[in-house]
Design a protein around this ligand. Structure first.
Ligand SMILES: Cc1cc2nc3c(=O)[nH]c(=O)nc-3n(C[C@H](O)[C@H](O)[C@H](O)COP(=O)(O)O)c2cc1C
Length: 343
């Protein structure tokens, strides 16, 4: 009897270990779209999906309070298409109970996971105790994740920054507590909360964190083009790679990086067609109140590689209709046809 109990116990341990290795491997080499407020919504996902090769899409941050209160735009924030099974809902909030209840609601949907925003450095968010403010107290963050673990069955992850100071030991203690509480994936944007987007992302923090933690770590920050994504992926320094602004500038970035990895010809793209398709997608999948702000936010990055980027952005910024934006873009590419294929 004793022997069979022992063997069953060993079998369960082995099974759990294999399961963990499988999960670890399941994240390995994945490409993820970063959560970006006013950018990571259905229109951008549709555009990226046209080119393919993105493994998971993190949603823009969704306010836990607004979701529970039935805010007027929640249907758009939580639109899971075009690939619900690849979508990770990111929640933002400061109140533990509300975040847990909002996460439990989203957990019932078809999705890849629930992510908690502990990295947003915007003062308006931090002041409320949300975003990077969670990194001030290891105990508070650990309690939140332990509570979430009981309420959420899907993959539970956290996206964070280094913290408020350059202190790797603090970051590690913080992440270990999240790990103990049942967090299954951590994405690090390796800048401090005070730095916003200044200085270069400190990838050495990501690499060290990956070495120390048992759970997978996704690396994020300053991956600006497909070659940089391919290089990071080949280096294998972390489990998955997340791209934000680079995927807005070039929605084909993931497909191109996969082609480079395979030694194949990268898929073709046309900057004019992609820009016009984006405007069409915004008009179809965003509420009218969001049309202009979302289009301006997108083109603020998308137009970066154009020779007359500043001029085009100024014209687009003055425009009050999506159709007018389409005319400005069409005129630009008529005058500069060679830029239709500019990386
Ligand atoms: C316009 C904008 C909005 C962002 N919104 C969010 C957000 O909602 N949640 C979040 O965790 N990070 C947010 N971020 C940070 C990105 O997810 C990412 O960590 C950061 O842009 C660095 O990655 P990148 O260099 O690939 O852009 C935002 C970044 C930008 C530029």
């Amino acid at each position: 009897m004793k022997a069979s109990f022992a063997s069953e116990f060993i079998f369960v341990l082995a099974w759990l270990h294999i399961g963990k290795l499988w999960y670890y491997d399941a994240m390995k080499g994945k490409f993820l779209l970063a959560p970006m407020s006013e950018l990571s919504h259905r229109a951008l996902r549709e555009l990226i999906e046209d080119f393919g090769a993105c493994d998971e899409y993190f949603s823009e941050m969704i306010s836990a309070g607004a979701l529970l209160g039935g805010g007027p735009f929640e249907a758009w924030y939580t639109d899971p298409l075009p690939r619900p099974e690849k979508l990770v809902y990111q929640l933002e909030g400061s109140d533990q109970d509300r975040i847990i209840r909002a996460a439990a609601l989203l957990d019932r949907r078809d999705c890849a996971g629930i992510d908690i925003n502990m990295g947003c450095a915007a003062p308006a968010i931090r002041r409320t105790g949300a975003g990077a403010a969670w990194m001030v107290s290891i105990d508070r963050a650990g309690e939140l994740m332990a509570g979430l673990r009981k309420a959420v069955k899907k993959r539970l992850s956290v996206k964070l920054r280094i913290g408020f100071e350059e202190d790797f030991d603090y970051l590690l203690r913080f992440c270990r507590r999240l790990e103990e509480a049942g967090t299954e994936l951590i994405t690090l944007h390796p800048r401090t909360a005070r730095e916003k987007f200044r200085r270069n992302a400190r990838w050495d923090y990501t690499v060290r964190l990956r070495q120390e933690l048992k759970i997978p770590v996704a690396g994020n920050g300053d991956i600006h083009d497909a070659e940089a994504l391919r290089r990071r992926s080949a280096a294998g320094e972390c489990d998955a790679l997340m791209v934000g602004r680079g995927a807005v500038r070039a929605p084909w970035i993931f497909a191109q990086a996969r082609a480079l990895e395979a030694g194949k010809t990268p898929p073709p793209f046309n900057r004019e067609e992609t820009a016009l398709r984006f405007l069409d997608l915004v008009s179809r999948y965003q509420p009218p109140e969001f049309h202009l702000s979302r289009a301006r936010r997108f083109f603020a990055y998308y137009c970066d590689s154009l020779t007359w980027a500043h001029h085009v952005k100024t014209l687009l910024g003055r425009e009050t209709e999506l159709s007018g934006m389409a005319r400005i873009l069409a005129a630009y590419f008529r005058e500069h046809p060679e830029e239709r294929h500019r990386l």
